[in-house]
Design a protein around this ligand. Structure first.
Ligand code: ZN
Length: 452
């Protein structure tokens, strides 16, 4: 037991270290002014150094290959994500004598060339032999299924597919999952990837599971999405539409943000739409993917009163979500939510006037809660005398109406089309919803004015 516990604690610690301090080696291979040119270091002239996973004191045999496959790498100090999600033409290797892990990804060179670069790197930098851990996921794939490099690239190409695979792989390798998705759905949804075509799919397509009966609402689900209906008509093979729809929803649709057999939560959808600005987004909602949102600030006084202020969970002191900084302008506070065309909010900047306490701004924590409200999806300003009015009242917390709106928002997946729940089904022009190719929408600051 001792050994197991130690391993678990080490893995946790490593996770922390990896997420906190991954550094990439930044040596310009093109520089001809320095003395440390690639050629002098024993590297091929065109070779660039690989990115390194910082895992100090790695013990022999502690890290299985599968664990390394999901280790994150960073480039130029920016976290590039887990190795298995990085772009193809990639190689991960270990320089044996120093137990250091390196990766190349997204290169135009072949994996054979990249493997050769790795060997040159380990030799020149560490005088070490090299263990190639993976080349283009040939080794990092797991589960059954014939390996298909194009199918892996296909999944990596589409953000929604990658998210769907990561959420529920059904125990399949990315390769097998990607091929099944492409053949059963993707090719009829207009998705493409070099190397994948009808001939990749053979004469019959497989379905992940079969159920003898399914509720008719799954048929409604298929008919609701034109791409699904087209896929079913072309590839359903005479299968009952409810069964086909249920399989699609459970295996893919749910993770893709689609909805089936919806029982709408009760609530005021018109109010939600008004203050989530759904009319300018094809009647769809915008929210953080998770109802647990990170908040970080250099000034911990801004955290006062945040916990419990809105019906979502805040991880105070954690980065990667909302940031609160000081600023100056003709406002008490300002918020800049970072919205994407798939209905997600992926970041938010808050500025609190550094003269806040000397201006007519009211209680500091009320201003912070107000701005956080903008960050989590309350985009407008009310006129009910409460916290979310444009001129902060002396309210110290969000009122029931605004809290209910946020509760309703987070009970629906990001990008939910609530048009059918609205009175007066008309939508004004605005930003287009895109589930498969999410783009950052033009940013917009929300201000809380200084009171006259
Ligand atoms: Zn405001």
């Amino acid at each position: 037991m001792y050994g197991l516990e130690m391993k678990v604690s080490m893995i946790k610690r490593i996770g922390l270290i990896v997420s906190l301090c991954l550094t990439a080696l930044l040596i310009s291979s093109c520089s001809d002014s320095g003395t440390e040119s690639g050629v002098e270091a024993g590297l091929a002239k065109e070779q660039v150094p690989p990115s390194e996973a910082s895992i100090p004191n790695a013990g022999n045999g502690v890290y299985s290959r599968s664990a390394m496959c999901v280790t994150s790498f960073s480039k130029n100090g920016v976290n590039a994500g887990r190795y298995i999600d990085l772009k193809l033409h990639k190689v991960m290797a270990k320089c044996d004598s120093v137990n250091r892990y390196y990766a190349y990804w997204g290169y135009t060179q072949s994996t054979a060339t990249l493997s050769q670069w790795m060997k040159s790197w380990c030799t020149s930098q560490h005088g070490s032999t090299t263990t190639i851990i993976d080349a283009d996921e040939q080794q990092c794939s797991s589960g059954s299924g014939t390996y298909n490099v194009a199918a892996v690239g296909y999944v990596n190409k589409y953000g929604d597919l990658l998210a769907a695979y990561n959420a529920n792989s059904g125990g399949q390798s990315k390769s097998a999952w990607g091929k099944t998705h492409y053949c059963n759905f993707g090719r009829n949804e207009g998705r493409t990837f070099t190397g994948l075509s009808a001939s990749s799919c053979g004469s019959t397509t497989t379905t992940a599971t079969t159920t003898s009966s399914a509720k008719s609402c799954y048929g409604d689900y298929v008919r609701k999405y034109p791409d699904l209906l087209a896929a079913y008509n072309a590839l359903g093979g005479g299968q009952n539409i409810n069964v086909w729809g249920k399989n699609h929803y459970n295996n893919y649709g749910q993770s893709e943000g689609r909805s089936a057999c919806t029982t709408w939560p009760s609530g005021d959808y018109s109010y939600l739409c008004a203050y989530n600005e759904c009319r300018s987004f094809s009647n769809r909602t915008r929210r953080w993917r998770s109802s647990s949102v990170n908040i970080i600030s250099t000034h911990s006084t801004y955290y006062n009163g945040l916990r419990g202020s809105w019906p979502v969970n805040f991880n105070l002191g954690s980065s990667g979500g909302i940031t609160i900084e000081q600023g100056y302008g003709n406002w008490c506070g300002a918020a800049l939510p970072l919205r994407y065309s798939d209905g997600t909010i992926r970041g938010c900047r808050i500025k609190i006037n550094y003269l806040h306490d000397y201006l007519n701004c009211g209680v500091l924590k009320a201003t912070v809660i107000h701005e956080v409200g903008h960050c989590i999806g309350f985009f407008g300003h009310t006129a009910d005398g409460g916290l979310m009015d444009a001129k902060a009242n002396n309210a110290t917390g969000a009122n029931a109406t605004t809290r209910n709106m946020i509760s309703l928002l987070y009970s629906l997946p990001p990008g939910t089309d609530i048009g059918s729940r609205l009175r007066g089904y008309s939508r004004i022009s605005g930003h287009k919803y895109s589930r498969t190719n999410p783009q950052k929408l033009p940013p917009k600051w929300y201000y809380t004015a200084i009171k006259d």
